[in-house]
Design a protein around this ligand. Structure first.
Ligand SMILES: [Zn+2]
Length: 300
């Protein structure tokens, strides 16, 4: 599998038809430790916990810890591993766990947090989804929020906002007003072309969602998957870039769909002109093509 270490990882995998699930998503994944915790530069108490190619934010206060997404799907010890990382920094109680949205690759593994005494918060749509799915590795939220919520603990306030349909129907935008930091998972990739996250996303509404995010007061975005290059955080420029990608993709899907070319041969003809060199292009394109062919060719 040495081929996955090549710079052109995505293209190599796409060409060979290998399942990316069995390989690091990028060359940078292959180089770093499985689990890593980093303090966000310029903050007193904001950290990023990363496990593989998934990551989440946690905030440490004197009165306790506010954690988000366990990111333990397929990792039976992942929840406890996360807690162990928190314990290297503080012995304060873990009071809260917030789910970013209902997708299991980000929120499975919360039992260890419940056992540690945390209260789990999610958007109300996440609870509905989870009640239907009954995933044995994903505890139900203890409390839900609607369009607006907040968690205040030890002098820190974490604002929770639902800004409408996007990558899911349950995404909470989390904002630390003092630090001007956002934590948003999956909807706004940083420096990469979107991919599997397109499966159940709401294309038209996501453009509105991104405009609402741009209108908020913030400077740095922590994504649910490390930003490229070098695991960087996002800026408003990244949100503008992603909005543009969706607009270009939507125009391409509309052209093909309204010409009667979806699904075939439109999905094969689908291109994002000018984005060929972006990380994730080869792997992401089929998912983007399917979603926008679905929108403009089927009305779905
Ligand atoms: Zn997701």
């Amino acid at each position: 599998m040495s081929i996955i270490r090549l710079g052109a990882t995505a293209i190599a995998l796409g060409t060979l038809g290998l399942a990316a699930a069995y390989a690091p998503a990028t060359a940078q994944d292959a180089k770093r430790p499985q689990i890593q915790t980093t303090k966000v530069e310029g903050t007193d108490n904001v950290y990023i916990f990363r496990n593989g190619n998934h990551q989440s934010m946690f905030v440490v206060t004197k009165q306790g810890v506010i954690a988000t997404d366990p990111v333990a799907y397929g990792r039976p010890t992942g929840g406890q591993d996360y807690i162990n990382e928190i314990r290297k920094i503080t012995q304060a109680p873990i009071r809260h766990l917030v789910y970013s949205h209902h997708h299991l690759d980000h929120i499975a593994g919360g039992q260890a947090f419940k056992d540690a005494g945390a209260v789990i918060t999610a958007h109300r749509n996440a609870r509905k989804r989870l009640a239907a799915i009954k995933d044995p590795n994903t505890p139900m939220p203890d409390r839900v929020v609607g369009d607006k919520g907040a968690i205040s603990l030890g002098g820190t306030t974490l604002e929770l906002s639902y800004l409408g349909l996007n990558h899911s129907d349950s995404t909470l935008v989390m904002r630390l007003p003092k630090e001007k930091i956002l934590f948003i998972v999956d909807t706004i990739p940083v420096g990469t072309i979107p991919g599997r996250g397109m499966i159940d996303m709401y294309p038209i509404e996501t453009e509105t969602f991104m405009k609402r995010v741009l209108a908020m007061d913030w400077e740095r975005l922590i994504p649910g998957h490390p930003g490229q290059p070098n695991d960087r955080l996002g800026t408003k420029k990244d949100v503008e870039d992603q909005l543009k990608i969706l607009q270009v993709a939507s125009a391409e899907g509309k052209r093909l769909g309204q010409a009667g070319r979806c699904w075939e041969p439109g999905e094969k003809e689908f291109k994002l002109d000018g984005y060929e060199k972006w990380p994730g292009y080869a792997n992401g394109l089929p998912f983007i093509a399917r979603r926008y062919c679905g929108l403009w060719g089927r009305g779905t």
